[in-house]
Design a protein around this ligand. Structure first.
Ligand SMILES: [Zn+2]
Length: 202
């Protein structure tokens, strides 16, 4: 099993953010750029996957904003039966908690999403997972481009809200909070490898 890691949006190059919007300036309390956060989480996942010798691909290692079409094209070069696509984001628009998205329909993605939701609950027992059980499982289903155009199972995590000050201040903008987000993703990746792809670990 190869994990295809997608760090949503662009990052900062010489202090200049490469993506319009997708940030929240809390003035004297700090600032969050979603693309920087997404890369911090993906880089933390990469550190642990390297340690555990779990194969991965960083789909967008560039700091500029790689187009969704390009990300999907890169992903679709990999054999779809032997990998899954994991897109990392942080939410905005008012709200709290986290979400795990898959494309509509009951696929392998739903089983993977369930593992991510369960590991999230273990690491953040007092935090909300915004769920939708209408289809029988915890993930929310959306026609996001990277979820519908990828050939392999694909999920997208929205990790808390950048524009919720409490979540920004206690999780998204702290080393400990970011590490916990990395940790639940890595636990879920290991579970996916063992329980869904039926591979041995370590
Ligand atoms: Zn995003």
């Amino acid at each position: 099993m190869i994990v295809l890691l997608d760090n949503g949006h662009g990052a900062l190059i010489n202090g200049k953010y490469q993506t319009a919007g997708k940030r929240k300036d809390w003035l004297d309390k700090g600032i969050i750029y979603e693309g920087e956060f997404n890369r911090a989480i993906v880089n933390g996942i990469i550190e642990q996957l390297t340690y555990y010798k779990i194969p991965y691909v960083n789909i967008a290692p560039e700091y500029w904003d790689v187009r969704l079409e390009t990300r999907v094209k890169r992903a679709n070069k990999f054999p779809s039966n032997n990998c899954f696509y994991l897109s990392i984001h942080s939410n905005a628009g008012g709200g709290k908690g986290s979400e795990v998205f898959t494309s509509p329909g009951d696929t392998k993605s739903d089983k993977i999403a369930t593992a991510f939701g369960e590991e999230y609950h273990k690491v953040f027992p007092n935090r909300i997972l915004r769920t939708d059980f209408s289809d029988g499982d915890l993930d929310k289903e959306r026609r996001f481009y990277v979820l519908t155009k990828t050939k392999m199972p694909a999920i997208l995590t929205e990790n808390f809200f950048m524009d919720n000050f409490e979540e920004f201040d206690s999780i998204l903008n702290t080393k400990e909070g970011r590490q916990k987000i990395i940790d639940f993703h890595v636990s879920a990746i290991i579970r996916t490898k063992v329980e869904i792809f039926k591979e041995s670990f370590p």
